[in-house]
Design a protein around this ligand. Structure first.
Ligand SMILES: Cc1cc2nc3c(=O)[nH]c(=O)nc-3n(C[C@H](O)[C@H](O)[C@H](O)COP(=O)(O)OP(=O)(O)OC[C@H]3O[C@@H](n4cnc5c(N)ncnc54)[C@H](O)[C@@H]3O)c2cc1C
Length: 321
């Protein structure tokens, strides 16, 4: 931690808001590219949702546990090599309603046993084979509910697929979920249970960030973002003003927009809300490609890389969603 007076005297190239996995990763890239980077975190430690806590001598992940292998490439690029194991599908359980109550079944028993009829088993197998080849770009505006209803006539098979979706997305609102986003997630496939929990990723990223020259300031909550690049000001909750050329926010779209001073006009806010959906789709697509520049509309362009989320630039401000 540096003294706040030293930090506020500097003019930073980039101030990153949020030292979760995304902010830490972005900071390494920027610092290695020769930028003066300040990483602000409102909590006392970096990590965000990827933090783990020591409880009774065991490290417990507060949020994520399954690391998609498609993300390993970018972690390796910033010098972090995760180790761990792929969970065995046999350990997964589904629940079968019986008169006597719910019964837990190993997945293989569910698939091979007598719970599903033959026609349902073939439905499930056909669904998975087709899903792998699905073009997710045309499914963005279709809800998962609708998508499954058109492909899986059996409600029991639909429920089995929904159980898998809940495990891989942490979301149980199929009527609201985009089928495109979910299928892209399922296509991305294999995960790794990280040895020592996600804190090992956070610590390794923090180490790389510090080695690259990033200044990490915890216990600092950004309150507003004002100005236009290259003359921007980030104000903190305690009133400190920080000067920077660019701001990257790793907060969610709504939280990022709420920091803007002056606030967006209603029509601008509506446009950025729409962009948030495009972001979700691009994020899924980007996992298959190392990096991607997309001109959205004149004056606004997006750069996206896996785990770096998204940078939107426009005349007034720059923001990472
Ligand atoms: C219960 C749960 C389970 C999950 N399981 C998985 C999983 O198995 N696999 C998987 O890939 N993903 C999983 N996720 C999702 C994963 O945790 C997130 O996608 C990832 O950690 C997000 O990282 P991030 O850096 O984008 O955001 P965050 O981790 O949210 O980082 C944002 C940071 O910004 C800080 N911040 C917020 N406001 C301010 C401010 N005003 N000023 C300064 N700092 C601020 C926050 O304190 C936080 O540290 C899970 C999430 C949860 C909650």
């Amino acid at each position: 931690m540096q003294k706040m007076s030293n930090i506020s005297e500097m003019k930073w190239d980039v101030i990153i808001i949020g030292a979760g996995i995304a902010g830490l990763t972005a900071s390494v890239y920027l610092a290695r590219a020769g930028r003066k980077v300040l990483l602000l975190e409102r909590a006392e430690e970096p990590g965000g949702r990827a933090a783990s806590k020591n409880i009774a001598d065991a490290w417990v992940n507060l949020g994520p546990h399954a690391l998609y292998k498609s993300a390993c490439g970018i972690l390796q690029e910033v010098g972090v090599t995760p180790t761990g194991a792929t969970p065995k599908p046999n350990s997964l359980l589904v629940y079968k309603k019986t008169k006597g109550g719910d019964v837990a079944l190993p997945l293989f028993q569910f698939l091979l046993g007598s719970f599903l009829k033959w026609s349902e088993k073939t439905q499930l197998i056909r669904f998975y084979a087709q899903m792998q080849k699905e073009d997710t770009s045309i499914l963005q505006n279709i809800s998962l509910q609708k998508y499954l209803e058109t492909r899986l006539p059996s409600p029991r098979v639909r429920n089995a697929v929904l159980a898998l979706v809940r495990t891989s997305t942490y979301c149980s609102a199929p009527d609201l979920l985009s089928a495109g986003a979910v299928i892209a997630q399922l296509q991305n496939g294999q995960v790794l249970y990280v040895d020592g929990g996600w804190r090992t990723l956070v610590e390794a990223l923090k180490e790389q960030a510090l080695a690259a020259g990033v200044t990490i300031q915890c216990g600092c909550s950004a309150r507003t973002i004002a100005g236009s690049e290259p003359e921007m000001i980030v104000s903190l909750k305690d009133g400190t003003l920080l000067k920077t050329h660019y701001v990257l926010s790793t907060l969610g779209p709504k939280e990022s927009l709420a920091l803007l001073d002056p606030a967006l006009q209603p029509e601008e806010a509506a446009m950025f809300e729409r962009l948030a959906w495009i972001w979700l789709w691009l994020k899924c697509q980007s996992l298959k490609q190392p990096s991607l520049w997309v001109p959205i509309i004149p004056g606004i362009s997006l750069i996206i890389r896996p785990s770096l989320n998204l940078v939107i630039t426009r005349n007034k401000w720059s923001c990472m969603l």
